[in-house]
Design a protein around this ligand. Sequence first.
Ligand code: SOE
Length: 386
Amino acid sequence: MRQLNVGIIGYKFMGRAHSNAWKKASLFFDIPFQPVLKVACGRHLDGLTEFADKWGWEETETDWRRLIERDDIDVIDIATPQHLHAEIALAAAKAGKHLFCEKPLAMTSAQAEEMLRACQASGVTHYLNHNYRRVPAIALAKRMIDDGLIGTVYHWRAAYQQDWITDPNFPLTWQLQRELAQAGPQWDLNSHCVDLAHHLVGQITDVTALTRRFIDQRPLAMEGAMGNLKAEASRTGMGQVTVEDAALMLVNFKNGAVGSFEATRFANGRKNKLSFEIYGSDGAVTFDLERLNELRYFSNRDPDGLSGFRTLLTTDESHPYIKNWWPAGHIIGYEHTFIHAVADFVTALGQGTAIKPDFSDGVAILKVLEAGLKSATEQKTVTIEY
Ligand code: SOE
């Protein structure tokens, strides 16, 4: 089988999730190329070397530009924080590398548009990793909606809730600084839900939003992590949080449906709870990531006296992606969504077809998220121009 040489940039949480996927995809899926974990790239050689040794990356590189210059690399996997995505993607696309990029795509929709144009100009494949589209239960929801099982969609209701910064002593990490993250849960969490809403319901046309920051000042994190906040650190030991802690949006869809989004890092007890409900003229589907092997389904066509929500355990061979895993009833988890993404990405490369979501979806998502922040600041409804 022909090899596909991958260079990954970033080696933290997403670096590990992506490495696992590059390693496993060909063991479970019949894909046209054998991914080779060729080069891992990151700034700090100690941590990078440990990561590369553990996950089986053949080589390390501390300068991403040198990685991109290499002729033997086919794919650049961007697993860094979002403020680095644009510069890397633009250079990689120009060098003719296919792109597998973590979400959110960029800091702004303008940056994202430039990234999309660069990929289109060089003809490379571009994939934006909103991995939840590839949860089998969510892929099944898509199939059911497209098959008309819940009829015309009226309502979308989503909540992405976490609690990892409720402690006021949690340090001022990069995720809490506008210059490095652009926004808080609006970018990190609502990006996933807007992607799912576009995928499952349709295009969002306008947004009315509010955001809230609950804690303004936080202890500065370790030296080296704070960039230009270091000077302030030596004076006070505290730094200013410059993103929101919670973001709520109400939206209209082009097809007449209405929707709501709630994204927060302040929902105590909720570690990583992504849930949505979709109500249509003939039924409903609901999903909760904490029970990711299940999809709940209600049908108006059930006989009187026997109607109600039923739980579909999405582990049958007929369910999306499942025939490549275990016998029915043997559940799968979070990491499988990344493996599905890599399998689909490599298949798309083999077939010369596009894979979704791509950078054009990333542009659309960022336009909605930006409209949300604008709406919250200006306290008015913002219409989105695509
Ligand atoms: C944030 O905590 C985060 O890791 C997101 O960045 C991921 O996209 C999400 O899947 C889990 O939560």
